[in-house]
Write a protein that binds this ligand. Structure first.
Ligand code: 5GP
Ligand code: MN
Length: 327
């Protein structure tokens, strides 16, 4: 059932024990919006905690509450709660969290246009740059006094999902929300310096990955394709896509890596072509300009499959453009 922002606030207000979770491979928005909402609910006297079924990168240690993020366990007795809140994804990408918690109600808050609205209550706002921006909206619906701790978490979600306020999803509303967070004491450099730090090896890996870049679709696409052995050697592949996204003439950038045998993870970025539609074809999702999916096939097959889908999307985009120019 789709709910409004004020109904979302009412659902949160009526629960006492709340478990907050988000997607695996958690990013700044998943972690920032989760911890932000946790601090907000705790300030309202609630028993709120964050459970994430994945490792939490140490770069997020700058965020208040990082140390108390829990990991759900499907083996232990389920944790009892009044409400589970899934943030920044549909309910499917939460690992074992939904099995590890027993709660009568499920609320999903997200900004992805591909959200499947399968939760009991779903609030989706695709016009918001980050789920953290929706958490900010909620602070105006709840009787909450904002603190620096809340602000640091919300700011991190806003900053990371907008590429530090550079991507097309950045709106004046995003900037106003960020400005309020600065008024509450957030120091942008403290957040960015923590998030940007990388081990020496990762910087070397970025160099190696860039040198592996393949151009295709007549220069309209660029990809980095990491087979099983290469993926295993590299600690973090997160930064790769941003490096090739900027190549002149490239409409779609893709990074494919082998997570496990016959399980390939795909990340895509575009300058306007809807890559969430490509991701949806393979059971993934995301936004127009940033999307991802998992391909359950060997590396070479996955590489061919995603490249064909990208070439097709670019061709369709070009055909539509030609039609618009010569009706
Ligand atoms: P990234 O490439 O950074 O992993 O993801 C880009 C965007 O697509 C993010 O907003 C992310 O949440 C979404 N996304 C990535 N992979 C998947 C997926 O497998 N399923 C869905 N629904 N969304 C995804
Ligand atoms: Mn997000």
């Amino acid at each position: 059932m789709i709910v409004t922002l004020s109904e979302t606030a009412a659902i949160l207000a009526s629960a006492q024990r709340v478990v907050i979770t988000a997607h695996g491979n958690p990013d700044g928005d998943a972690i920032g919006s989760s911890l932000g909402l946790m601090h907000i609910l705790r300030s309202l006297g609630k028993d709120a905690r964050v459970l994430l079924d994945d490792d939490i990168p140490a770069i997020f240690a700058v965020l208040p509450g990082y140390d108390i993020i829990g990991r759900p366990s499907a083996e232990e007795e389920p944790l009892e709660a009044d409400l589970v809140v899934v943030l920044d994804t549909s309910t499917d990408r939460t690992g074992c969290t939904l099995q590890a918690v027993k709660a009568p109600h499920l609320l999903n808050i997200d900004h992805h246009q591909t959200n499947d609205a399968s939760a009991e209550y779903t609030y989706v706002a695709p016009a918001r740059a980050a789920t953290a921006e929706i958490i900010y909206d909620l602070t105006r619906e709840l009787p909450v006094k904002m603190t620096k701790d809340m602000a640091m978490c919300i700011y991190t979600g806003l900053a990371t999902d907008t590429g530090f306020f550079r991507f097309s999803n950045t709106t004046s509303h995003t900037m106003r929300a960020a400005a309020e967070m600065l008024d509450l004491g957030v120091e942008p450099n403290v957040i960015s310096e923590s998030l940007e730090q990388k081990p020496y090896k990762t910087v070397r890996d970025i160099g190696e990955a860039i040198s592996m870049t393949k151009m295709f679709a007549d220069g309209h696409a660029a990809g980095i394709f990491l087979d099983e052995a290469t993926t295993a050697r590299m600690q973090s592949t997160e930064a790769f896509i941003g490096m090739i996204r900027v190549i002149q003439g490239v409409d779609i950038a893709v990074v494919l890596k082998v997570k496990e045998k016959d399980i390939c993870r795909v990340s895509m970025r575009s300058k306007g072509i809807d890559v969430s539609r490509i991701a949806l074809q393979f059971g993934g999702g995301g936004h127009t300009r940033a999307a991802g999916c998992t391909l359950l096939m060997p590396f070479e097959d996955a590489k061919r499959t995603i490249c064909e889908a990208i070439v097709k999307a670019i061709r369709e985009h070009q055909d539509a453009q030609t039609k618009r120019e010569n009706p």
